[in-house]
Unconditional design. Structure first.
Length: 451
């Protein structure tokens, strides 16, 4: 019986010690786990940039202790290289399947031919109803945002002399009423050009503009030149809408608000309306007058959010990190590496393994105060024994070479946090917060992530 009680007591002590040890170990790893989550979010944004060729962003929000990564992922692409070798000026068979980059199929409708593209072969849309239809797939959900791009070469309807002098640019060309769709999902979005050479991006359904979401942004005319290959890319992420022609961003105006002050424009929608219709390249009702090549469609990813525990803070002001299409820091936005400061705040707590009681240990601030108090007592003892000159000499020798640029009467420079990656201890008070440990996540100009 005594032996059994001894064994049970030993087991109880081991189990109690194990729980205490594991709990202490878990508490000690909070900062490392939080910093790892921040680094993972930044790496996700960088991977999205490299894989899709699109910029991505990381929002560091210290007020809410949150890091959010945004990006794009490619969901569909057609290069039309399967048309290479087919006879030119001969209509493709109706219902012919054109494979895409992810095994998606675009079905030919109307009069479509093969022609020389920007690279290799392209699709030429010749007559009314000429288009290609791809069955809807769940990955075509563009609710969070989209990016569509294509190479186009269009034929511009001739100008009639009876209409007066042909305008070049602006918004007065009557051909502006003709839309030439490039790619879109009815009721969700559509990218295309207007017959006067303007580019447009349409969000929502124009037939349900009163009850639903509808917004169409379009540039001035004569930006897309006819009879030559031009690269279009349009991006919307719920915050900004960007229209690019040959890599140059252009100013856009909402449809119907050309003569209205920008302060009175309708606001951008924060979401792309959901559409469950098929994806169209060109469109039977707004078929493209010309050739289309190198079509790429990307959807905005679901934001990856990392929320930090209560005892972990993000130091410094809010930061919006911009990564370019190669995964590096955007040189137009950043000229220095970006440092994300992840700090553990509060007081150390030591757990007694024997009885599990928590004893508040000496904080870093208390330790500094104690050392200063001991130093002052030592100086007082030296001054009492040897007089003031010796104490002044001791102060001079201790401070020599450390603050040679200090000017009497000038405020001391603010303490700057370390910028090297990894773990740092002994930081002290920062912005009124007692920092126990600091973990830096550093993003250099090439996009490499350390820490």
């Amino acid at each position: 019986m005594i032996e059994l009680l001894v064994v049970l007591s030993i087991v109880t002590m081991v189990l109690g010690m194990s729980v205490s040890v594991f709990r202490s170990f878990g508490d000690a790893q909070t900062l490392e786990v939080a910093a790892s989550g921040v680094s993972t979010a930044v790496r996700s944004a960088r991977n999205w940039s490299i894989s899709s060729g699109m910029p991505s962003r990381v929002l560091v929000d210290p007020d809410n202790r949150r890091v959010t990564a945004f990006g794009f992922q490619t969901v569909a692409a057609w290069d039309f290289e399967t048309l290479d070798g087919l006879a030119k000026e001969v209509a493709l068979d109706p219902g012919m399947n054109i494979p895409g980059a992810f095994r998606e199929i675009a079905e030919v409708t109307g009069h479509v031919e093969s022609c020389k593209g920007s690279i290799g072969a392209a699709a030429l849309f010749v007559d009314d109803g000429a288009a290609m239809r791809a069955r809807y797939l769940p990955r075509y959900d563009m609710t969070n945002g989209l990016s569509a791009e294509a190479w186009v070469r269009y034929w511009q309807p001739p100008w009639h002399p009876d209409d007066g002098i042909e305008p070049h640019g602006g918004f007065s060309d009557p051909r502006r009423e003709m839309r030439l769709a490039v790619i879109g999902i009815p009721g969700s979005f559509e990218m295309g050009i207007l017959a006067d050479g303007a580019a447009y991006l349409e969000l929502g359904d124009p037939d349900a503009a009163i009850d639903g979401v509808y917004f169409r942004a379009q540039t001035e005319g004569a930006l897309v030149f006819s009879e030559r290959w031009v690269h279009l890319r349009m991006t919307f992420d719920g915050i900004e809408l960007v229209i690019e022609v040959d890599g140059v961003e252009h100013y856009w105006i909402p449809d119907g608000f050309e003569m209205v002050d920008p302060g009175d424009w309708p606001p951008l929608p924060n979401k792309v309306p959901a559409g469950d219709g098929d994806l169209w390249i060109s469109h039977p009702n707004r078929f493209f007058l010309g050739a289309i090549d190198q079509v790429v469609l990307r959807s905005a990813t679901e934001p990856q959010v990392v929320e930090l525990p209560l005892d972990i803070e993000l130091l410094g002001p809010p930061i919006l990190v911009h990564l370019d299409g190669h995964g590096a820091l955007d040189p137009l936005r950043h000229d220095l590496p970006v440092v994300i400061y992840v700090a553990e705040i509060g007081d150390f707590v030591e757990t007694e393994a024997a009885d599990g009681t928590a004893v508040a240990g000496e904080t870093f601030r208390d330790q500094i105060s104690r050392k200063r108090r001991e130093k002052a007592e030592q100086d007082a003892a030296i001054e009492k024994a040897f007089g003031d000159p010796i104490a002044d000499l001791m102060h001079y020798l201790e401070d020599w070479g450390q603050d040679t640029d200090a000017i009497p009467g000038q405020p001391e420079p603010e303490y700057s946090l370390p910028m090297t990656p990894g773990l740092h201890i002994g930081i002290g008070d920062v912005d009124g917060v007692s920092v126990l440990r600091l973990h830096n996540v550093v993003i250099d100009l090439t996009g490499a992530i350390r820490g």
